[in-house]
Design a protein around this ligand. Sequence first.
Ligand code: GLC
Length: 649
Amino acid sequence: MIKKFKLGNPIETYATVEDIMLTNSKPELLKTGEGQRTLSMKLGKSDIIYGMGESVRGINKRGFVYRSFCSDDPNHDEDKASLYGAHNFFIVDRGHEVNGFFIDTPAAVSFDMGFTDPGLIEITLDFPDAYVYEITGKDCGEVTARFRKLIGTPYIPPFWGFGLGQSRWSYENEDRVRSVVKGYREAGIPLDMVYLDIDYMEDYKDFTISEERFPEFENFVKEMKEEGIRLIPIIDAGVKIEPGYDVYEEGLAGGFFCRKEDGEELVSAVWPGKTHFPDFLNPGARRWFGLKYKTLLDKGIEGFWNDMNEPAIFYTEDKLKEVFDEIDEFKGKNIGINEYFAFQDLVKSVSNNMEDYRRFYHNYEGKTINHERVHNLYGANMTRAAADAFKELAPGKKILMFSRASYIGAHRYGGIWTGDNKSWWGHLLLNIQQLPGLNMSGFLYSGADTCGFGANCSRDLALRWFAVSLFTPLMRNHSAMGTRNQEAYVWGNPDDFKNLVELRYAIVPYIYSEFMKAVQNDGMLFTPLAWEYREDMRAREIEDELLVGESIMIAPVYKQNATGRYVYLPERMLFIRFRKYNDYDEMVLEAGDHYIEVGLNEVPVFVRPGKALPLAQPAMRVEDLDYETVKYISFGGEYNLIRPSEENV
Ligand code: GLC
């Protein structure tokens, strides 16, 4: 059962694809207060909250205030209210009944999930204009499926997009890329993609290629493709201001950039220094920018990642001037404690601040509208720009596309990665805990930077992280400039990594098949245990185990120096301890608690009763997987394997 309500005068987000009749009254489960700016609901003592898409903290979102506001923030600490995506969908599991809520507005929303008052959810809208959807059902799966049907079919990547990708900021020239591919080849570790970060461009200008570092780009793309490796370049939101640069000139001439109140284009700095932001909310600008991907498609490129599209702002010309003026006032003064903090804050306030987000406008649906009111749609529409253009530029062909910023609705156009995490054990756990929320919001093609983006990774963390990422559809190892190298072959005894990546390739048929079922049935790929084991009070509190598809449960090791872990089994399962896709222990474990030993080179998987896990003979590239080699590890069940169709290859 789904009901739609209207608060104020909502701005269309195109998050939904179904027409639902408006109910002519205020929301029924949520109580409106204060000029319809707040919505609240009482929470029962043992109610669980799931959802909020890409966010910090656990699977149960209860006990924190989340703020839905796409943010460029590399510090994903426990107290961060916002990350890169804005996913305003959550469900409240009351045991006997489940309620789902989608607050559809492109402006910021705060979700106080029993933080201020443990017995209350209080939602505060920055602008009291939104469509509110209330969904009721008997369980979490039913409510989520209803919601997913409402928002439409998720993006399906090309089949090779299920392979491993290796990335780093940056593999800055052809030889560096070649050496990465060689490293994998010599270690015998499967690989499908190498990512190109900002340094492949000329001065960080979108849709350009550095002559110096990639002098023969088209040939190089071909050379890599002949080895079965696809190059995946990054595209950033900001367009460099540089007279003579075609993208800049065309954007200016077409009136495609975001403007300030006085009609001047906003000048904001990102990697290339001063840039303009394409107005992705304007269909003309969207089409113009989307068609620019042709430059790279024409050179043989088949996939992209869109970045800095919250949009990230290092500084705007206006703000920088204000801050310099204010800093001037500190000159020659005795800087005491208060001045010291004020001074520090001033400098920090230069990037990604609200004042700047209020400084510019979009041309949206025939109206000039302030950015603050539609902030969460910016990145989503950059992804849409690309996806719409791909249909035109490469009809019938699947192009890999994922983005950093997103809003619900963008899941139809591309996947997302979870941004700049760190090589921290805590972020490995966060990676596990973020997966159900992402799936609920429609983002099935997603994953985290394997081994961590910021900070230095260690061998044990790298192994444990690969052992988690091998289950996520998007599997990419990515790291920041200045950090220790973390490719799978750099760690010594690369066979340990080879075995993990081979296991990934062996289960690609399963991951793909379950991915497609989740797409077709509006289902989840990663499901919290309590969704399936409804009566099990222990399962309701499990935060570090997940069901992956219909056949298996995973319980990864995410603590340093641990030689194993406790695992809770809600029912009898077949425990498989993989050392290699064809070398594993099998043992039946009864329902209840168990301590399992898991070496650094091992992966624990639990097959559910009446189910089976397909395993193929691994290959060096996803496209070379031979479905004739698929065998099944069965725990008294059969498996319905969905094979990649022609159109997905
Ligand atoms: C951003 C992205 C990161 C990328 C870097 C340089 O921080 O999130 O993935 O490597 O920019 O382009």
